[in-house]
Design a protein around this ligand. Structure first.
Ligand code: HEC
Ligand code: HEC
Length: 348
């Protein structure tokens, strides 16, 4: 089994590299700057650039600049990067964030790493494309507080660039297109866990982290929702190993009334359900849960160990009876999901 896996993976990886190689100069410079092990981790975890990234490096560069330009907010005080801070894995370390006009967000800011590989966006999944999500962020009074008219007014200095790239003056739709293109390049998949699972590096994880992986995939059953393809489950080591099933569950987390997915679908069974978050780079994105109500990873694991709270509707959330050292092991495993691309982002 292992021999055949190892013989197939390089072929698969080279196919993926070939697919991505003509994407753009910009992507290549990301590749060149990223650590060597990226070639193994990212490709074997299936996290290569998505096929629909536009070929133009100019559009991605424009998206990157717009992402951190406060002209994109109603009162010109915040940019996407105010809350999605590159050095914090594109989250912000706060329970709630402060948007345009000082309005505080209802929920906690999630990471944007590997966001291209989600299938629904936002904690309640109300956006079904990344472009649509950017349009929501721009117009949401809690975030950017923008209007279509203000885009034209605030972005006059981008006029000639938009005209040459899109044949029109700045519009919200084209802003969304450029920012979404940039977001799709934010990939992180070469953590110690990736190197252990997908790169045949048995020493990439410590004994404690390995114990955590066993608990995660076995008795603690985290894998039920924080899904990833393991070679014993899927021979290619997996595509889109995001440590999420992309679904919505009510695990009972949160201190305030929030219907979550239920407000979108109107179905009673979705009440209080939120999208399973990716666990990649979770060590960098505290505090946790949709309302940031748990401060540390240890608190999160203790929450699960208690069986959530009384209103956890999902039957798999039940007391786990983990010992203190097993809790340590799970926390160590979660910490080992940290990728080096963060250093790449930091050094930029
Ligand atoms: C004031 C802080 C703030 C600003 C500014 C902001 N965001 Fe967010 N972002 C959030 C919060 C909070 C959420 C979660 C909201 C929810 O789920 O209801 C979020 C969610 C997202 C998501 C969904 C991620 C996922 O996994 O589902 C994306 C993508 C995103 N933001 C991109 C952007 C972009 C692009 C901009 C700029 C146009 C932006 N955000 C501006 C706070 C902010
Ligand atoms: C029934 C599905 C399910 C199971 C089982 C499950 N989770 Fe979760 N997990 C979720 C959902 C859904 C959320 C978000 C809940 C919210 O915000 O209200 C979450 C949130 C988290 C977070 C916070 C991430 C962040 O960015 O805020 C961590 C860490 C986490 N889970 C780890 C674990 C671990 C460790 C286990 C096993 C002990 C586990 N999960 C079991 C569905 C699940």
């Amino acid at each position: 089994m292992r021999t055949s896996l190892l013989s197939i993976v390089p072929i698969l990886a080279s196919m993926l590299i070939a697919c991505a190689s003509d994407d753009s100069r910009e992507h290549q410079s990301v590749r060149e700057t990223a650590p060597q092990s990226d070639a193994c981790g990212a490709h074997r975890a299936g996290l290569t650039l998505p096929a629909d990234v536009p070929a133009s490096a100019e559009v991605i560069n424009l998206g990157r600049r717009l992402f951190s330009d406060p002209q994109l907010s109603g009162d010109q005080s915040v940019s996407c990067a105010t809350c999605h801070v590159p050095t914090r894995a594109f989250a912000d370390g706060r329970r709630r964030s402060v948007g345009a006009h000082g309005i505080v967000t209802r929920r906690s800011t999630p990471t944007l790493y590997n966001v291209a590989y989600q299938s629904k966006w936002l904690w309640d999944g109300r956006a079904s494309t990344l472009e649509e999500q950017v349009m929501i962020a721009l117009q949401n009074p809690e975030e950017m507080g923008m209007t279509h008219d203000l885009v034209g007014q605030h972005l006059r200095n981008y006029n000639s660039e938009f005209l040459s790239l899109f044949g029109q003056a700045p519009s919200m739709e084209m802003v969304a297109k450029a920012i979404a293109a940039y977001e799709k390049t934010l990939l992180a998949a070469n953590s110690p866990v990736d190197r252990y699972l997908y790169c045949a590096e048995p020493n990439a994880l410590s004994a404690l982290e390995k114990e955590g992986l066993e608990l995660f995939s076995g008795p603690a059953n985290c894998i039920r929702c924080h899904w990833f393809f393991h070679e014993t489950v899927h021979p290619f080591g997996g595509r889109m190993a995001l440590f999420t099933d992309g679904r919505f569950h009510n695990i009972g987390a949160g201190e305030f009334e929030d219907a979550g997915r239920g407000a979108i679908t109107g179905r009673a069974e979705d009440w209080g359900a939120f999208k399973t978050p990716t666990l990649r780079n979770v060590s960098l994105t505290a505090p946790y849960m949709h309302d940031g109500s748990l401060a540390t990873l240890r608190e999160v694991v203790e929450f699960y160990n208690r069986g959530g709270v009384m209103n956890s509707a999902d039957p798999s959330i039940r007391p786990l009876r983990l010992t203190s050292s097993e809790i340590d092991a799970l926390v160590a495993f979660l910490n080992a999901l940290t990728s080096m691309e963060v250093e790449y982002a930091t050094s930029n």
